[in-house]
Design a binder for this molecule. Structure first.
Ligand SMILES: Cc1cc2nc3c(=O)[nH]c(=O)nc-3n(C[C@H](O)[C@H](O)[C@H](O)COP(=O)(O)O)c2cc1C
Length: 273
């Protein structure tokens, strides 16, 4: 079993110490392999906003760095810990750069076989916002989010330590993560997961001309097939599905109306990038 930690802190501080506690909790219970991706040491440059990954494919990204190696590390993991301290009331710039660089995954989700754990530390505030943001990212990318731990750790420098309650929280997070990784099945999607599926399905179905790569990807995966309830075969609450189908009708009307106005018309050309 392999766990990849995406470490958004620029150093081995509170967030790293918290991730290590989760590692200890899991290792105490089972043989788990841990891989730490220290974003501060990774060769990953900020996104240039050229849209090439969306329109032509991620393989055509003009930035020559280690993005594809990082993608491989994500693909090799069974579980991923998204870890970021609160910097300026949100995730760190390192974590945001990482997310931006893999933004095409929001359109072409893929990590359905994997589970995620979310971790944040803060001096005082913002840990819930960070967890909420990472939760949205991981879910749309396809992960099953198992749990999140947001800790207030005003300690700076020296040995990092946690209160007994925080130790328990991290231990429990590790235990839950391990249990989820052992369970090969996937939990039924939440209401929001189902709505996101329908919203994207409707958009990428209609916008075949404007977003051809996304349209093809969705088509290949059979996600436009009538009766399809979610990205993967998993039990979907029938009420969520019903509301999702109603929502698709509303989205469709809006997208078609805006499309006539030329809102989605792309001026993208590889020459402009
Ligand atoms: C540049 C910077 C910005 C920060 N911004 C906030 C903030 O907005 N709110 C807050 O409560 N703590 C803030 N903090 C405190 C950190 O969130 C806290 O010390 C955290 O545990 C650091 O994690 P680390 O040791 O893993 O880097 C900030 C710290 C730094 C260095």
């Amino acid at each position: 079993m392999k766990v990849l930690v995406i470490m958004g802190s620029p150093h081995k501080g509170n967030t790293y110490a918290a991730a290590k506690k989760i590692e200890e909790s899991m290792r105490r219970r089972s043989a788990v392999e841990f891989d730490y991706l220290m974003l501060s040491e990774a060769n990953l440059s900020p996104c240039r906003g050229c849209f090439v990954c969306f329109m032509k494919g991620e393989g055509f990204c003009p930035i020559e760095d280690d993005a594809s190696l990082i993608l491989q590390r994500l693909e090799d993991a069974d579980g991923v810990i998204f870890a970021s301290p609160v910097f300026g009331m949100n995730v760190t710039g390192l974590m945001k750069t990482f997310i931006d660089r893999f933004s095409y995954v929001f359109h072409r989700p893929r990590f359905f076989e994997k589970k995620a754990l979310l971790l944040s530390t803060t001096g005082a505030l913002g840990q819930k916002d960070v967890i909420k943001y990472l939760d949205m990212v991981a879910r749309i990318w396809g992960f099953e989010v198992v749990t999140g731990a947001g800790l207030i750790t005003p300690r700076v420098g020296g040995t990092r330590w946690f209160t007994p309650e925080q130790e328990d929280e991290l231990d429990l997070a590790g235990k839950k993560f391990l249990e989820a990784l052992r369970r090969k099945t996937r939990r039924s999607p939440s209401f929001m997961d189902v709505i996101v599926f329908h919203a994207q399905r409707c958009s990428f179905n209609i916008l075949a001309e404007e977003a051809p790569l996304d349209h093809e990807y969705w088509k290949e995966h059979g996600w436009f097939d009538p009766g399809r309830r979610y990205y993967v075969d998993v039990r979907v609450n029938p009420l969520y599905n019903f509301i999702g189908l109603l929502a698709e009708r509303v989205f469709r009307r809006r997208i078609e109306r805006d499309r006539i106005k030329g809102w989605y018309k792309s001026t993208y050309s590889p020459k402009n990038t």
